[in-house]
Design a protein around this ligand. Structure first.
Ligand code: CUK
Ligand code: CUA
Length: 650
């Protein structure tokens, strides 16, 4: 094996800039120098490869949990190898995970996920957030929002499965979410496009009077691992197109900060020849950073100072304003990102139409509110703080600064969309010159190792790029999005890996130390229902398998183990309702089976020890093989059985 020093010596002697250097043809084997020559690799390329390459069997240090955008799912990626390890299906059916094809997950994806009585089978995932304890990722849960349908999902990181979807009863679309308070007391979801609360109707000329936003504080029960909608509440907001948001921590714990970009209250042309929203919402020099005192809001909820809208307790806008649960401070034109620093002493806001990042000082904000020192009121009676008195300062970063993450050395890393750069800057000492790194291209979000915790790790950031025009082989007009891993450990930032993301537009991601996970390898004892975490009453042990007929209802209690289903023969009459109760008796790592019934759109995944339940009406007569869909053993093809549906009248 080559020692690292020898490898780099070889790399150096290959001469990065002279691919024409005479060298023997590398062929299939070849030494490093000749391979570098043949492939035109520089020493920097070889170094990047050495920093990211994982020999077979070597595990990654970090995991990225990335939004899968309109794929409605989560992409789990190892760092630094940038290998995709898993997709977690959240808002849409997914065949391999058997999610939404007849099994227990149907209740989550179709029933819990319904909005206003409508079944919705996709989502636009924007911001995954990991659960926190004391401001640190605790490796237990993951929350994501669906911008398109105003929903929040809970993923359990013991088995990487979506366990709950809550549907926002107030707003039609969200954006500032799902982000958590430092002990995951709440999962916060804030609105984007204003609409009458609770799904009511009002024409656009009533925009100012009847359209509203809301910040929903979903109460999370850490023991149960579920959001408790009954204990959740909201704060009514003006129709200002709230954008990204973040929770305070340490010095600013108890506060939530939310951007907005339509204080003009433009609703587009309204069919009245008014300007399109892109122009209508870009008139004011300042929009409003919303400051919510959620601990005070809790006391108002407890005191009953709420009204109920579509089943949810809402602190009315006038009450929120009068009690300073809601306060505003100006923010430069059409801001986008809103990111609290690790120590909670600053909030960085990026301006899409401004070249600066603005650094707010929560201590000054708190002081101004406590002193009752305001510079004005908005049309809804919300007090506004003086901009200059509330900030630590501003830094010029380039065209279109969006989102900001942090390292362990006091630096901030901001994505700058129009310039296509990652800009590193000192958020305390604003006079230190920023440093820019070009990325390919048009970076949206950026994520950092342990970046949203009270103690980021440094080492890596990932640029989440919207465009990838010349980075990959052209695969037609719909190009993949592109992640670039950036090494931030040295004095200069360097791109060391490109990863195409071909299944949706990722927005945000979080990166967590992999050793924080406590994943299971099997459901133990066999027969655990993953949605209750308990052994299901329908589970069977070996020898207990049976078919129970009760009139037109047939219950099949079936076991699943290498390499057969028991029973493997089910005979019913056309029109019977069948419930299959499946128990995997496996406990060994990676011994997953599948179960599919041909022609009946039934398909579930049977991980070791898992219980599944499928109910369907046998309305089509005929002979339907059922079989295992995972190549589980040498006799996998033999792992099958027959469902015989006897025609009516036969
Ligand atoms: S985001 Cu949702 S529009 Cu910048 Cu968090 Cu991409
Ligand atoms: Cu079990 Cu294939």
């Amino acid at each position: 094996m080559l020692s690292p020093s020898l490898l780099f010596a070889l790399a150096a002697c290959a001469g990065g800039d002279s691919p024409t250097t005479a060298a023997p043809a590398a062929g299939a084997g070849g030494d490093l120098a000749s391979i570098m020559t043949e492939r035109g690799l520089t020493e920097a390329d070889v170094l990047a490869a050495a920093k990211t390459f994982h020999p077979s069997g070597k595990l990654d240090d970090y995991l990225i949990f990335a939004s899968g955008g309109h794929g409605g799912n989560i992409v789990v990626i190892g760092v630094p190898s940038m290998r995709i390890i898993k997709y977690i299906s959240v808002f849409g059916p997914e065949p391999w995970q058997g999610y939404g094809y007849g099994g227990l997950g149907d209740e989550v994806v179709y029933e819990q996920g319904a909005q206003g009585g409508k079944e919705i089978t996709w989502g636009d995932v924007h911001h995954p957030n990991l659960s926190e304890t004391g401001g640190e990722y605790d490796g237990r849960y993951l929350f994501v929002n669906d911008k398109a349908n105003a929903r929040v999902a809970v993923v359990d990181l013991e088995d990487f499965m979506t366990k709950q979807i809550v549907s926002n009863p107030l707003v039609m679309s969200d954006h500032g979410g799902a982000f958590v308070t430092p002990n995951t007391e709440y999962v916060v979801e804030t609105s984007q496009y204003a609409a009458p609360l609770g799904g009511a109707y009002a024409t656009l000329d009533k925009y100012k009077d009847e359209y509203r936003g809301a910040a929903v504080f979903w109460k999370f029960d850490k023991e149960k691992g579920r959001i408790d909608p009954e204990s959740s509440w909201a704060v009514e907001l003006p129709p200002y197109a709230q954008d990204l948001a973040d929770a305070g921590k340490l010095a600013s714990d108890g506060w939530v900060f939310i951007n907005s970009w339509d204080t003009e209250m433009s609703a587009g042309t309204e069919g009245q020849g008014k300007p399109y929203m892109e122009s209508g919402a870009s008139q004011n020099d300042m929009d409003y950073l919303h400051i919510i005192d959620w601990k005070k809001a809790e006391t108002l909820v407890a005191a009953g100072k709420t009204r109920v809208v579509n089943g949810m307790k809402v602190i009315p806008l006038d009450v929120a304003a009068a009690e300073h649960v809601l306060t505003f401070v100006g923010e430069p034109k059409s801001p986008h990102g809103c990111d609290v620093t690790p120590d909670g002493t600053a909030v960085v806001v990026g301006g899409k139409l401004d070249t600066h990042a603005t650094v707010y000082d929560p201590a000054k904000i708190k002081d101004l509110i406590a002193k009752g020192s305001f510079s004005g009121k908005d049309p809804y009676g919300v007090d506004i703080l003086d901009f200059q008195s509330a900030i630590h300062g501003q830094v010029e970063l380039g065209l279109g600064p969006l989102h900001t993450v942090y390292d362990d050395k006091g630096y901030a890393y901001t994505s700058v969309f129009l310039d296509s750069t990652v800009v590193k800057w000192n958020w305390k000492n604003l006079s230190e010159a920023p440093q820019a790194l070009g990325v390919q291209y048009n970076i949206g979000h950026i994520t950092a190792a342990e970046g949203d915790t009270v103690s980021p790790d440094g080492k890596y950031v990932v640029a989440m790029n919207k465009m990838s025009q010349d980075r990959y082989v052209n695969v037609g007009p719909l190009l993949p999005q592109s992640f670039q891993l950036v090494d931030i450990s040295g004095p200069e930032m360097k791109v060391i890996y490109d990863l195409p993301i071909p299944l949706g537009e990722p927005h945000y991601a979080q990166m967590m130390k992999a050793d924080k996970l406590h994943t299971i390898t099997a459901y133990t004892p066999p027969g655990i229902n993953p949605y209750t975490d308990e052994k299901d009453a329908g589970a069977v042990a070996a020898g207990e398998e049976r078919i129970v007929r009760n009139g037109k209802k047939v219950d099949v209690y079936m076991s699943v183990i290498r390499s057969h289903f028991a029973p493997d023969h089910i005979e019913v009459n056309q029109g019977d309702e069948i419930t299959l109760h499946l128990t995997s008796l496996e406990q060994a790592l990676d011994q997953t089976h599948g179960f599919a019934v041909d022609m009946y759109n039934v398909n579930v995944s049977m991980e070791p020890g898992r219980y599944e339940e499928i109910t369907f009406v046998a309305d089509r007569a005929g002979v339907f093989p059922f079989y295992c869909t995972e190549f589980c053993s040498a006799l996998h093809l033999e792992m099958m059985g027959y469902l015989l549906v006897k025609p009516t009248g036969a």
